[in-house]
Design a protein around this ligand. Sequence first.
Ligand SMILES: C[S@@+](CC[C@H](N)C(=O)[O-])C[C@H]1O[C@@H](n2cnc3c(N)ncnc32)[C@H](O)[C@@H]1O
Length: 260
Amino acid sequence: MTRGTTTANRLRRADRWIVHRCGPALSAAADPLVVDLGFGASPVTTVELADRLRAAVRPDVRVIGLDIDPLRVAEAQPAAAPPALAFASGGFELAGLRPVLVRAFNVLRQYAEEEVTQAWATIRAALAPDGLAVEGTCDELGRIATWVLLDRSGPRSLTLAARLASLAEPDTGGPAVLAQRLPKALIHRNVPGERVHALLQALDRSWQAAAGYAPYGPRQRWLRTVAALRDGGWPVLDRPARWRQGELTVPWPAVAPATD
Ligand SMILES: C[S@@+](CC[C@H](N)C(=O)[O-])C[C@H]1O[C@@H](n2cnc3c(N)ncnc32)[C@H](O)[C@@H]1O
């Protein structure tokens, strides 16, 4: 039995990015099936995902919340609205479904690092041919979040996302705080010699160097920070319109564990 902690709006940052990055695959899919894996003690974030995808991507999306705990599945049933929204028992095999999109948030953090590769492989094998999975972690209120995008061939990118006003608060410590919420595949790799450690160090240095932008607000400071990272040779993805949201996305090879 694992903890099922969740809360309304906790996954908004990831959902916003999912609409941007995974929306086209969902739009193009013959069967717009989405799985929310490990929805937790309340179905609230699954309901939100369904609402957001329906409003921003396509109205006929079908979302199925899966959880390994049958009690949570039973308790979620009143929120179901089949066929658009349903809840069922299932694990990394995705209950035999073939979704075009999987969101799995705050699930793998309860597992050992050695179990991540197999869990990812099982999820990837269950995806539709052009399917995508977003596996990540966030804090209790969703102010900081990180996630890995995967397709059937493997991990594609890492995204770090934060509420910028929180980062700028004096006792937060700036973007270094993101290290506490890295995905399981990387959280033990924030040590010298690992690429993700080098990224977080460079991010912190750029944030400190951009302190002169603080009077213009945390968004301007973050934009300057990400631009400096890119200018320093980090393969930053996406355009400043995404950076403005408090995001930083890099290709997976830029942060993959040294032993990968
Ligand atoms: C901390 S909750 C996360 C809730 C929600 N996704 C969130 O981020 O707020 C983790 C949930 O994952 C479920 N879980 C753990 N291992 C799982 C697995 N292999 N397959 C499906 N669900 C799993 C647990 O039962 C729990 O309800």
